[in-house]
Design a protein around this ligand. Structure first.
Ligand code: VGL
Ligand code: ZN
Length: 193
């Protein structure tokens, strides 16, 4: 389908951080390939004065999701560390909003809505339509999209601007997001004026 980003949309850029990129602490294969398509959208949204929101995984050094505490992951995206920085080529225009998540030592959160004020930010701004890209498809992208759908947002997932950790998990997540009401679009299907 073709879709115009109209009526006060928001772009949600999910966790495009060094630790999730090839060579990082918890690498998403080809995770860096989301940067170019996202930058196209970011430039367009910035030019139009649309909402741009960046989520970031922002863990304390002894976070419950880390292996040292019995969690599934190597330490990653530790608050203030280099690995927690956004990809150096990712455009972050002035006025962009950054939402930090999973900041509590004893709680993990994959969704950008969980334990944050993301829903309030979007409601305050009257946003109903979201475009989502980033990593990882089957973790934080999936959780953010499913929460957004439950909260009643119209959600477009930009297929070429997401990457997953595992191909099977990624496919499953895409099918699930669509089943729950998300629409998959390619960048070239988004009408950028
Ligand atoms: C994520 C695993 C652990 C993600 C965050 O951003 O998808 N994945 N923490
Ligand atoms: Zn994490």
């Amino acid at each position: 389908m073709r879709v115009a980003p109209v009526r006060n949309p928001a772009l949600i850029v999910v966790d495009v951080q060094r630790d999730f990129m090839p060579g990082g602490a918890l690498p998403v294969p080809r995770g860096d390939e989301v940067v170019a398509p996202l930058n196209v959208l970011i430039s367009h949204f910035a030019r139009e004065g649309f909402n741009i929101i960046y989520t970031r995984d922002w863990h304390p050094p002894d976070h419950v999701s880390f292996k040292q505490r019995g969690g599934p992951w190597p330490p990653h995206c530790v608050q203030g560390s280099e690995g927690a920085e956004f990809h150096p080529d990712l455009e972050v225009p002035e006025g962009a909003i950054i939402v930090s998540k999973a900041t509590d030592r004893d709680r993990d959160a994959y969704s950008g809505f969980e334990g944050t004020n993301l829903n309030e930010i979007l409601r305050e701004r009257g946003v109903r339509r979201l475009f989502v890209g980033g990593v990882a498809t089957e973790y934080c992208v999936r959780a953010t999209v499913l929460d957004a759908l439950k909260l009643g947002y119209e959600v477009f997932v930009v297929e070429d601007a997401i990457r997953g950790i595992d191909p099977e998990g990624e496919e499953r997540a895409k099918t699930e997001m669509v089943k729950e009401g998300a629409v998959l679009v390619r960048l070239d299907e988004i009408l950028l004026g």
